[in-house]
Design a binder for this molecule. Structure first.
Ligand SMILES: C[S@@+](CC[C@H](N)C(=O)[O-])C[C@H]1O[C@@H](n2cnc3c(N)ncnc32)[C@H](O)[C@@H]1O
Length: 310
């Protein structure tokens, strides 16, 4: 099954699909560092560039389209919850790509989109309504939206994400991927002999360990058994109430990029060819490989049942 991957980043979603037996034939991202990491880890090509500037005709025909697209508000100018409202956004570009394939008689059999958990409530539910209307009414897919937590798929990280799985064939019956018992703790994923730069200095410790301020008064906790969600800005070192810190050899430190990779389900042979700052951003942005794999397997099962897997 051929896949086109949009907003590929470093390919967390892509890895899950490759592990489940799909072939990535075309991928894209406009971040040169993410593309550098992708190229170091995938044999399949990735095109560096803004998806809005890539001609629709140059995107190859494919069976499945996947993409963890950035969440943006829609204008709601049209008010009809359709194409009009999504115009100019990255979701609209996805819809345009699919629409062009439908016009050419090459409708993708399945679509898998990933986004933040709050996609459903974003802009008081309007963002999700626009997306659902375009996928179902305008593009004619049957849609299965769900929120999946990485901790339910084998990695010790609370990470709730919305997945929207769509099928062209309305006979498709998709079930939420089966959860597995979490056997690992964050402490099981830690590296040993970690360089000094990851340990917190005495000067910064009080700030990092202080509770949140003002309206945001969250409790500062370190050494959590299941990590808080990794976020794209974790390179900046947030307080311990928003980020992950661990004690090792009696001292407190941040996570290393390799530990972040592990928390996102990447195996240790996944190359990290970029700076720490870029690596934190990339792993914070990634889809957890285990979750992607669970979804990819379930999509495969559905396509097999429909006789559409090849
Ligand atoms: C949430 S990340 C996707 C992560 C990816 N699915 C993974 O598992 O690693 C979103 C990606 O969209 C890319 N992006 C945002 N706007 C874009 C655009 N206009 N054209 C191409 N890529 C874009 C960003 O560079 C970022 O890597």
């Amino acid at each position: 099954m051929n896949i086109v991957s949009l907003f590929s980043g470093i390919g967390g979603l892509d890895q899950g699909f490759v592990h489940a037996g799909y072939d990535i034939i075309w991928a894209n991202d406009f971040d040169k560092y993410a593309v550098q990491t992708y190229r170091a880890n995938f044999r399949s090509p990735i095109l560096l560039g803004d998806i809005n500037a890539i001609p629709l005709e140059s995107i190859p025909d494919h069976d499945v389209l996947i993409g963890g697209f950035p969440c943006q508000p829609f204008s709601m100018m049209g008010g009809g919850l359709g194409f009009e409202d999504a115009r100019g956004t990255l979701f609209f570009r996805i819809a345009e790509i699919i629409e062009a394939k439908i016009q050419a008689g090459r409708k993708p059999r399945a679509i898998v989109l990933e986004n933040v958990r709050s996609l459903k409530t974003h802009n008081r539910g309007k963002t999700f309504s626009v997306i659902a209307n375009i996928l179902q009414k305008d593009l004619g897919y049957i849609m299965y939206p769900m929120v999946l937590n990485s901790a339910d798929y084998g990695v010790p990280q609370i990470r709730n994400r919305t997945f929207i799985v769509c099928f062209a064939n309305h006979q498709a019956a998709f079930s939420v991927p089966k959860e597995v018992v979490l056997e690992k703790k964050l402490s099981d994923l830690l590296e040993h002999d970690v360089p000094e730069k990851y340990f917190l200095s005495e000067r910064i410790l009080p700030t990092i360990l202080s509770n949140g301020t003002g309206g945001y008064n969250a409790k500062s906790e370190i050494d959590l058994p299941v990590a808080r969600p990794l976020c794209a800005t974790m390179g900046k070192m947030h307080r311990a109430c928003q980020d992950n810190y661990v004690t090792q050899n009696g001292r407190i430190r941040r996570l290393t990029p390799r530990e972040c990779a592990r928390l996102q389900g990447f195996s240790d042979d996944f190359a990290i060819p970029v700076s720490d700052a870029q690596a934190y951003k990339q792993f914070g942005n990634a889809v957890t490989v285990n979750v992607a794999h669970a979804v990819a397997r379930e999509v495969r099962k559905t396509l097999e049942k429909l006789g559409e897997w090849h």
